[in-house]
Design a protein. Structure first.
Length: 149
């Protein structure tokens, strides 16, 4: 009986999470399509490249495999070795998650089922960092927003 109660609690939490996750008012109305991602990419590409800050240039936006939006950045003053050694990847990933999940301009992508992938290249153009923010990564942010927290 002692093991049954925690197991039931876990099942209940999973069931509530599944209901909340599939609720239209929580995750947006309708799933995105690959055509939506191509439209986003085409609109952004017309304005690129653009410097984001003194170190970072957004080079391109492209539709990836399935429902994936890929943003490619160039860290104009860094080598891949410097990035690996400094732990920059973890900081960039957390900042990206907070930004994507919290910004009104990017949250609709994720709420419609899109995985947003960031690719950072070093100054020589070699891929140094790659990570994705998936819809499930933003679940807690959406729950807080709906609850008014």
């Amino acid at each position: 009986m002692r093991l049954l109660v925690p197991a039931l609690a876990l099942v209940a939490v999973a069931a509530v999470g599944a209901v909340l996750w599939s609720a239209p008012w929580l995750v947006g109305i309708g799933a995105a399509t690959t055509d939506d991602l191509k439209t986003v990419s085409n609109r952004l590409t017309a304005k690129l490249p653009v410097m984001i800050d003194a170190e970072t240039r957004l080079e391109s936006a492209e539709a990836g495999a399935g429902l994936e939006q890929v943003f490619r950045f160039r860290l104009v003053n860094k080598d891949a070795r410097e990035l690996e050694a400094s732990g920059v990847a973890a900081r960039l990933q957390e900042r990206a998650r907070q930004g994507i999940c919290g910004r009104s301009s990017t949250a609709p992508l994720v709420t419609r089922g899109v995985r947003v992938t960031y690719v950072y290249e070093d100054r020589a153009g070699h891929e140094a960092i790659r990570f994705s923010v998936r819809p499930v990564d933003c679940l807690w942010t959406r729950i807080q927003r709906v609850a008014g927290a």
